[in-house]
Design a protein around this ligand. Sequence first.
Ligand code: FAD
Length: 416
Amino acid sequence: METPWFHYPEYAWRLKTATVVGAGIAGHQVARHLAQRGWRVTLIERHAHYPAEASGNAAAILSPKITAAPSLGEHFYTHCFEYAVQQLTDIPVLTPYWHPCGVLTLCYRERDQVRWRKLKERDFPADVLRCVNPAQASKIAQIPVHDPALYFPGAGWLEPDFICEGLGFHHLIHYKLSTEAIHLKYRNAHWEVWNQQQQIVALSEALIICSGHRLNFPAVQDLPAMPVAGQTTLATSGTWGDQLRTVIDHEGYITPKRIRTDQGSCHLMGASYEPGNSHARYDPTTDQQNIQKQQCLPELAAELTPLHLQGHAAIRMTTPDRFPYVGAVPKRQAYLQSYADLHHGRHWKYYPPAAYYPNLFIAAAFGSHGFTTAALCANMLACLINNEPFPLDKKLVQALHPARFWIRKLKQEGSC
Ligand SMILES: Cc1cc2nc3c(=O)[nH]c(=O)nc-3n(C[C@H](O)[C@H](O)[C@H](O)COP(=O)(O)OP(=O)(O)OC[C@H]3O[C@@H](n4cnc5c(N)ncnc54)[C@H](O)[C@@H]3O)c2cc1C
């Protein structure tokens, strides 16, 4: 067992019923992966529509994240990206809303150019990553590009509302909208979800918390996490905008002019990034800042006009190491008691296996890349719940484990 603090139990189910709290991309992916395994899933959402909060942007970029040298993060994001693209191709109702137009990441700062050179040396297959010069980048984008760039030909953007709708389109998934889960109670081997009016709104064997930045249930409120407010901006443009063929990513990003709005096709630009801010409030000056960020594409930037009041402001929840929380929900008090002397370096075999809340799981804190990572993370969670082999190696399962920060602190300081 070697790391009993990360050990997961085997589960036994009678009815295979689950409640998922939160109908963003994480909740939809978890619901879909469970329904595909024969689970009856109730998806609870506090808003009257979905996706409403972080997942409610008009478009989301899907791209791998490649670091200068191989890293656990690169391994995770690449694996997630490949899985997400496969899902978008395999489920016919999703495919029309996935636009693999390629993503060009501009390398305009000195440190980006160092990374560009290192990645060129790593010599990736051309269908994964090409390190291109400004002339090549301009040819790919079909607009003037003045910096070297990393080109991800298989990446692109998707339409979150249709993707969520398509994932939820399954006879074993049903929604309870305008329903806020206030209180979660485990009784008689079932999870009860209570609303504000003190009524039970869902009852199931398993419960999965996918509530985005609202990690205020007592079982998960001690998991370290930080809100980051952000806003996207829709904009019209002129002839350069009409020509843009790829997503261009730099300090911000801009999509091709293909986002459908009441006022015709637009670009989506994003996204502002305010760490520590947990108030999502639309602000027209942020639209100007999002346009300002496009200055490294001066010809296009000169044409952009924001569609005020049409941007979307929301909160992404992120963790100190940027990996999401995916797994069973650990019991903090039991961790503190069982592993208090981990910093003494005793052999692992003297420690009991980890303690968890019964049949309670989490898939949350997806930060800025939830559309890329939620699908594989949901598959991982569905494998855990169904006692199937994990689709991720042990290092990654531990990197996603909800108790990882407690364990790190207990090892260093004897407290957490
Ligand atoms: C401005 C911005 C731009 C972004 N751009 C990208 C991008 O281009 N590509 C990308 O991959 N990612 C992007 N992200 C990140 C991505 O949107 C998030 O990682 C992802 O949406 C998180 O999904 P989620 O389901 O965990 O959270 P959410 O989408 O926030 O969903 C959680 C849901 O739970 C509901 N809920 C919460 N508490 C309760 C309760 N008690 N009862 C009932 N319902 C509840 C909420 O109403 C919400 O609908 C962006 C994020 C922002 C904010």
